[in-house]
Design a protein around this ligand. Structure first.
Ligand SMILES: O=P(O)(O)OC[C@H]1O[C@](O)(COP(=O)(O)O)[C@@H](O)[C@@H]1O
Ligand SMILES: [Mg+2]
Ligand SMILES: [Mg+2]
Length: 336
């Protein structure tokens, strides 16, 4: 099927206006802004090595991580694209210490959506030409429209998300999102700057053959995780599973959706709450995984029911094929 005959993202959004029925065009315009920012970042990523975008930026973010130049660049592109289009009333980003409240030109902001984002996911892979991504999560504000946003608007449970998605900058650039009516994936044709519907109605199999975890941390893992990894490696039934770990959350999740598998980032002695951030990594990915028919938890509780307390809080993350996550949870509860 030639690209021309595939539906473009713009056409798909228009056709699926029922997905945006409460938004009077705001959500459509918000998606158009995210689409634009993704194309700009994709263009820069593809030039990594040719332009000055490789390496550390020389400053740490609030999480004590060395910011990469591409982290800062992607953060700027997404924030400026959203602010310039006056399309949101607040932004929360991995690269900003605190949430950003956006005042409209007259001091008021009549917009009702806030965006939480991980502008560049998989930062450790930027310099080695391995696929990286962007993750976003959209909520309707809970405080009155027209007033400055407060942290209440950001600290909402994942199940309140209006939409969520990721962009993967890999062999091709894709945008995958959900608004609660299934998951669809679009591939960018960089020659004409258009996203085409390449992966309609994405779903993850209930059982898979891939497990994704940084086994370098094995000795620090809780007993339940150690036992589950041993289970994955046992010669029994359709096991041992294959071990695949890219070290970019978006890329590991995308592969596991397409092939079936489980991704784990548990607690460890080094990371007592895990590494991944609830608001702009785990919640949006959990929304997509659940909409694709999979499961996402912290080993015990559904990720999207966790009540957030901080913008950059971390949680353990178990997500992927439903039966595989349930098996891992079984081992966790045996070693509670
Ligand atoms: O190197 P580790 O400890 O396995 O961590 C890898 C994980 O950390 C991350 O890079 C964290 O995300 P950021 O790059 O956005 O900080 C995930 O993409 C990835 O899954
Ligand atoms: Mg990340
Ligand atoms: Mg990041």
């Amino acid at each position: 099927m030639s690209a021309q005959s595939k539906q473009t993202l713009g056409e798909f959004i228009i056709d699926r206006q029922e997905d945006f029925k409460y938004s009077s065009g705001e959500l459509t315009r918000l998606f158009n802004s995210i689409r634009l920012a993704a194309k700009i970042v994709s263009h820069k990523v593809n030039q990594a090595g040719l332009v000055d975008i490789i390496g550390a930026f020389g400053q740490e973010n609030i999480q004590g991580e060395q910011q990469q130049k591409l982290d800062v660049y992607a953060n700027e592109v997404f924030i400026q694209t959203l602010i310039n289009r006056e399309i949101v009333c607040g932004i929360g980003s991995e690269e900003n210490d605190d949430f950003i409240s956006i005042e409209g030109k007259d001091g008021n902001n009549e917009n009702k959506y806030i965006v939480l984002m991980d502008p560049l996911d998989g930062s450790s892979n930027i310099d080695v030409n391995v696929s990286v991504g962007t993750i976003f999560s959209i909520y309707r504000r809970v405080t009155p429209i027209g007033t400055p946003v407060t942290k209440e608007d950001f600290l909402q449970k994942g199940e309140n998300q209006v939409a969520a998605g990721y962009v993967i900058y890999g062999s091709s650039t894709m945008l995958v999102y959900t608004t609660g009516n299934g998951v669809n994936g679009f591939t960018l044709n960089p020659a004409i700057g258009t996203f085409y519907l390449s992966h309609p109605e994405m779903s993850i199999s209930e059982d898979g053959g891939i497990y994704s975890v940084n086994e370098g941390n094995y000795v620090h893992f809780p007993q339940g995780v150690k036992d589950y990894i041993k289970y994955c490696q046992a010669e029994e039934g359709n096991r041992p599973y294959t071990s695949r770990y890219i070290g970019s959350l978006v890329s590991d999740i995308h592969r596991n959706i397409l092939k079936g598998g489980i991704y784990l980032y548990p607690t460890s002695a080094k990371a007592p709450n895990g590494k991944l951030r609830l608001l702009y990594e785990c919640n949006p990915i959990a929304f997509i995984i659940e909409q694709a028919g999979g499961k996402a938890s912290d080993g015990f509780n559904r990720i999207m029911e966790i009540e957030p307390t901080e913008l950059h809080q971390r949680v353990p993350f178990f997500c992927g094929s439903k039966n595989m996550v349930e098996k891992a949870e079984e081992f966790m509860s045996l070693n509670k």
